[in-house]
Design a binder for this molecule. Structure first.
Ligand code: FEO
Length: 169
């Protein structure tokens, strides 16, 4: 049977991953309004990744004989009114998620749940990638400034991003 503190922390994280999905869905709509279809695609992949992260933990809880508890998903609020500000928000959000994965690992260590540590290591590596890919887009957006042609080139680049279902754990 799974430790209750570990189980609660995982259920809270499932909720945060679904919140991330909602947040990126809202951001996808923002870019759809601007008709930047490459950004729309980028956020669409992000949405699918967040759902996969949530389901990864959901499946893990069931596999370990834990109890899944789905919590209320907060209404997403986008901070910012420009592509740069929105990507700054994405980066802040991913840094927050990383801090939560670190918290989950702290709990797993505290309750000596080695299986959970091994499982959560995947999420820690994923966060390194997430922060890096968001950071790259943000850096390019900052370079672009007000250059609309350059923004359209970046949009074309982001249109090539493809979702690959992750093998979690
Ligand atoms: Fe599920 Fe973007 O972290």
């Amino acid at each position: 049977m799974m430790n209750e503190k570990m189980q609660n922390a995982l259920n809270e994280q499932i909720n945060k991953e679904f919140y991330s999905e909602f947040l990126y869905l809202a951001m996808k709509a923002y870019f759809a309004e601007l008709n930047l279809q490459g950004f729309v695609n980028w956020f669409d992949v992000q949405v699918q990744e967040e759902r996969a992260h949530a389901f990864g933990m959901y499946d893990y809880l069931i596999e370990r004989g834990g109890k899944v508890e789905l919590l209320e998903i907060e209404k997403p609020v986008i901070e910012g009114n420009t592509p740069v500000e929105i990507f700054e928000h994405v980066l802040r959000h991913e840094q927050y998620v990383t801090s939560r994965i670190n918290y989950l690992l702290d709990v797993a260590e505290e309750v000596k749940d080695r299986a959970a540590i091994s499982f959560l290591d995947w999420y820690l590596k994923e966060q390194v990638e997430e922060e890096s890919s968001v950071g790259k887009v943000l850096a390019t957006l900052k370079l672009i400034g007000d250059d609309k042609n350059a923004l359209l080139l970046l949009d074309k680049d982001l249109a090539t991003r493809v979702f690959t279902a992750p093998v979690i754990g």
